[in-house]
Ligand binder design. Structure first.
Ligand SMILES: [Zn+2]
Ligand SMILES: [Zn+2]
Ligand SMILES: [Zn+2]
Ligand SMILES: [Zn+2]
Length: 153
C-alpha cells in the first residue's frame, strides 16, 4: 500500500521537513529550521531589524530556533514572557524552559520553548507580569483612597 501521508518536504529544499516553523507555518527541514534560513521569516527579521533590540540597552537580539532532531525543536524568541518586549541575554533576569508537544500527520513534535523574564517582570511575576502588576497596584491605590475618604470625610 502506498503511503497515505507522504513525508512533507521543506519549503526551501527537497529534504524531508522537520516540522512547521511556529512563525510562518511553513514546513522546513532541520537545516532550514532557523528563522534566518527560510522565507518569509528571514525577510521579516531583516526588514524589522530596529524592532529586534533589547528594550533596556538597545543591543540587537536575534530570535533563535533550531532543530536538534527531526522531531525536537528549540525556540528562543529573546522576548520577555511577561511584557513581550525583547531582552538581550544580559538583561534576562530569569530563564526557564517549557515543553510543548504537538502532533502532525507523521509524528509528534517536541518544542522546547525558552521563557525569559526581564528584571521588571521577574520581580513582579507573581502578579502576572507587568500588566498584572499595574492592575494590582491600581487596585491597592483605590482601596487606600477610598479608605482615606471614608476616614476623613
Ligand atoms: Zn530545507
Ligand atoms: Zn518561518
Ligand atoms: Zn540588554
Ligand atoms: Zn518584561
Amino acid at each position: 500500500m502506498a503511503s497515505v501521508f507522504p513525508a512533507q518536504t521543506c519549503s526551501v529544499c527537497e529534504n524531508e521537513s522537520a516540522g512547521k516553523c511556529p512563525r510562518c507555518r511553513n514546513y522546513v527541514c532541520m537545516e532550514h529550521y532557523p528563522r534566518h534560513s527560510h522565507e518569509p521569516c528571514a525577510k521579516h527579521i531583516a526588514q524589522r531589524q530596529e524592532e529586534y533590540v533589547c528594550y533596556i540597552c538597545g543591543e540587537a537580539v536575534v530570535p533563535e530556533q533550531w532543530s536538534a532532531a527531526i522531531f525536537a525543536h528549540y525556540i528562543d524568541n529573546f522576548s520577555c514572557a511577561g511584557c513581550g518586549r525583547y531582552v538581550c541575554e544580559e538583561h534576562t533576569r530569569r530563564r526557564s524552559e517549557h515543553i510543548k508537544i504537538a502532533q502532525d500527520t507523521m509524528r509528534s513534535h517536541r518544542y522546547n520553548i525558552v521563557e525569559r523574564y526581564c528584571s521588571v517582570c521577574s520581580s513582579v511575576r507573581i502578579f502576572g507580569g507587568l500588566t498584572g502588576a499595574v492592575w494590582w497596584a491600581a487596585g491597592i491605590a483605590t482601596v487606600i483612597i477610598t479608605g482615606w475618604f471614608l476616614y476623613h470625610g
